[in-house]
Design a protein around this ligand. Structure first.
Ligand code: ZN
Length: 149
């Protein structure tokens, strides 16, 4: 199991240092900001939605390795997913963060499984879920900046 943990750790560090889909999106139809005051994580999520589908997604921001890695992995997973699929994934990811496991995680959540260990550190769960709360607010059109507090 410890080899697997090391591997997971490496993926988090890699995505934390070199986040994928990082930058602005000129074709964005929704832009949403999220903030986690507990840790200082900030992000701006850019979504291009067409017919209830995420056709493009990017983000900018700064924060701890977990928040950056989680957002990076989320954008990879959500590209070309429908909003309904995104909501199902959020609910699964939330379960992973609160219970530390879901059924068949690699199949359902793909690389996001590397964040399973975060469930052992409740204070860091907000770092990992900030991007999802921001996404949820973006697709539901909430006007304010999303704060985890
Ligand atoms: Zn953080």
């Amino acid at each position: 199991m410890s080899d697997l943990r090391d591997l997971y750790q490496q993926v988090i560090i890699d995505h934390g240092r070199h986040p994928r889909n990082f930058g602005t999106l000129s074709t964005a139809t929704v832009i949403k900001e999220g903030f986690n005051p507990l840790c200082g994580d900030k992000l701006t999520l850019y979504l291009q939605l067409e017919n209830q589908r995420i056709v493009d997604i990017k983000f900018e921001g700064s924060g701890c390795a977990i928040s950056m890695a989680s957002t990076s992995l989320m954008t990879q997973l959500l590209l070309d997913k429908t909003i309904t699929e995104a909501e199902q994934l959020f609910s699964l990811f939330h379960q992973l963060m609160t219970q530390g496991q879901v059924e068949d995680p690699l199949h359902q959540l793909g690389k996001l499984t590397v964040l399973a260990g975060v469930a052992e550190y409740p204070a860091r769960v907000k770092c990992a879920t900030l991007c999802w709360h921001t996404l949820d607010a973006a697709v539901h059109g909430h006007p304010q900046t999303i704060s985890t507090e």
